[in-house]
Design a protein around this ligand. Structure first.
Ligand code: MSP
Length: 524
């Protein structure tokens, strides 16, 4: 049995989810759904990060306890992911008691191994990053480059982790394993950061941060968020330094950990060092995605341009998340920044989902009914040596190899390219003219070829648009679920002879979002 374990970053529970958080969860979900079409045992973890000064401060400002704040916000994340069809197998919260107990044990193990020592320290703390910053990394005005806020000067006695001890091993690992940091162009950035790496603070005094996991045997110190947060990837599986669970042994190391480019340092430097110190294998790939901007501007509360996924669905009267999922996945090449605008959204989904894919199926089924009463005769089943069949099988391989590199947008483009090829084939062969000229055999073969192509497109599209793909499968009278199709067993010529459809059953699988009918039918 091939296992595949993939994770997302866990979102801070100090606010509600926005489309940037959604981008990452959808991307990981599309990967999970694709790999489920190839491997037997895919395990997908997501969750929320619930400790730290930011959450403590937000809760205080709202007059509620940090736990209440986390409960309220985590419920919003879970509801949002449900609405977006995110199919994680497990959702971890770092306030979960089992997680807290294991994090304490992990910290203790690092102490016992002399990887952690106590040290008096003055540093610049950015609560946005929940991290100390190096003065070298600040902007000219002394601000955190990511949050554009002045970090707070903190003078404390903290526990420190000997990160510098692992520097050479991590550099060597990155150089020897080109798959470790993806996309590859990010690896140099990490190696440069490693050149200047120093030991890091891994605890805060309880007087300055009280909302967190206390150090075992030293209640005056709180384990600071990154050991706590990063450990979620193994505590969720039941890791225990003394007695790792069967589930942990089965799934660890992760096959891919999907995160945003802003937290690459924590995942490509701190995380490997913690794992080395615990004597655990490193994840196979850390994939850093880019950031989503809105109309080319960074999303921020102060600008007031933060968009929630539901805002997009509501403004286009969409009941299902497919179109939003699709757009988010094609808006940026792998690892690069992407942008959301209402106009781009509308244009892209109308072009790809309504016109290219939706219309292709719709007009072909209509012709099948008009010319053949919805009936496929055995002699019309085309063999796999025609150009379109070859292109269909080739597209499966292209999509698979794109996914092997976590190139989700590029894989979608392969599907669209194939749909373009099939559209061109329909226009070139003109089955309506063939029917007029009474070349019915030729006409039937063209239609069969298109319907078979749609079966391939439905299966390949299912990770992005599970509902639309399912509609395609139902319109093709398939009994299997599009999401369950195993890509390696996709063969040409499997739509059987017999009646495939009738007039009353043909419905568009995706309506243009700006057409009146779309608004009316979705609303009503
Ligand atoms: N809690 C930490 C992660 C700990 S992982 C062990 C954190 N949380 S976060 O809520 O700030 O961000 C969660 C994820 O969302 C990160 O991977 C981050 O890059 C991603 N995004 C947040 N805003 C984003 C965009 N505007 N665009 C794309 N992804 C963005 O960091």
């Amino acid at each position: 049995m091939t296992k595949f374990y993939l994770t997302t970053a866990i979102d801070y529970a100090n606010g509600a989810p926005h489309i940037g958080h959604a981008y990452e969860k959808i991307q990981t979900d599309v990967l999970a759904r694709h790999f489920r079409q190839r491997y037997d045992d895919v395990y997908f973890l997501s969750g929320t990060d619930e400790h730290g000064i930011k959450i403590q401060k937000t809760a205080a400002a709202q007059g509620i306890t940090p736990q209440e704040l986390c409960d309220i916000n985590t419920a919003k994340f879970e509801e949002c992911w449900k609405g977006l069809d995110i199919s994680y197998n497990q959702f971890i919260r770092t306030t979960n008691k089992d997680h807290e107990a294991i994090v304490q044990k992990i910290f203790k193990k690092l102490q016992d191994n002399c990887d952690i020592y106590k040290h008096s320290y003055t540093g610049l703390y950015c609560s946005g990053c929940e991290s100390f910053l190096n003065p070298r990394d600040l902007t000219e005005d002394g601000l955190c480059p990511d949050h554009l806020k002045k970090p707070e000067e903190v003078k404390e006695e903290n526990y420190f982790f000997k990160l510098s001890k692992y520097k050479d091993r991590i550099i060597e690992h990155i150089k020897k394993n080109p798959d470790f940091i993806q996309p590859e162009f990010r690896a140099n950035e990490v190696i440069n950061q490693l050149e200047h790496i120093e030991d890091i603070s891994v605890s805060r005094s309880k007087d300055s941060v009280s909302w967190g996991i206390p150090v075992l045997g030293d209640d005056s110190q709180i384990i600071y968020v990154w050991i706590d947060a990063l450990s979620n990837y193994i505590t969720a599986l039941g890791y225990d330094p003394e007695n790792p669970s069967e589930k942990f042994n089965r799934y660890w190391p992760a096959d891919v950990q999907v995160i945003g480019k802003d937290i690459l340092k924590f995942h490509a430097i701190y995380w490997p060092a913690f794992l080395m110190a615990l004597d655990l294998p490193l994840p196979k790939t850390i994939f850093a995605h880019g950031w989503i901007t809105i109309d080319q501007t960074k999303m921020s509360k102060s600008i007031g341009n933060v968009i929630a996924p539901k805002d997009v669905l509501d403004s286009f009267c969409l009941e299902q998340a497919d179109a939003f999922r699709y757009f988010m996945m094609v808006t940026a090449p792998a690892g690069r920044d992407g942008n959301y605008s209402d106009l781009d959204f509308k244009e892209r989904i109308n072009a790809d989902l309504a016109n290219n894919i939706g219309n292709l199926l719709n007009r072909t089924l209509n012709m099948q009914v008009k010319y053949f009463d919805g009936e496929i005769k055995p002699e019309f089943i085309t063999s796999s040596d025609n150009e379109i069949a070859k292109a269909a099988l080739e597209t499966v391989n292209l999509v698979k190899s794109r996914f092997d590199k976590f190139e989700v947008a590029e894989a979608a483009q392969e599907i669209v390219n194939f749909a373009n090829t099939v559209n061109k084939y329909v226009n070139d062969t003109a089955p309506w003219s063939l029917a007029k000229e009474e070349k019915m055999d030729e006409c039937a073969k063209v239609l069969y070829t298109v319907l078979e192509s749609m079966r391939f497109i439905g299966a390949l599209l299912a990770p992005y648009c599970p509902n639309i793909a399912q509609d395609i499968y139902e319109q093709l009278n398939r009994s299997e679920k599009a999401v369950d199709v195993k890509l390696d067993s996709l063969k040409w010529g499997e739509i059987p002879a017999g009646k495939i459809t009738e007039k009353s059953k043909i419905k568009p699988v995706f309506l243009r979002v700006d057409s009146e009918i779309a608004g009316a039918s979705k609303k009503g």
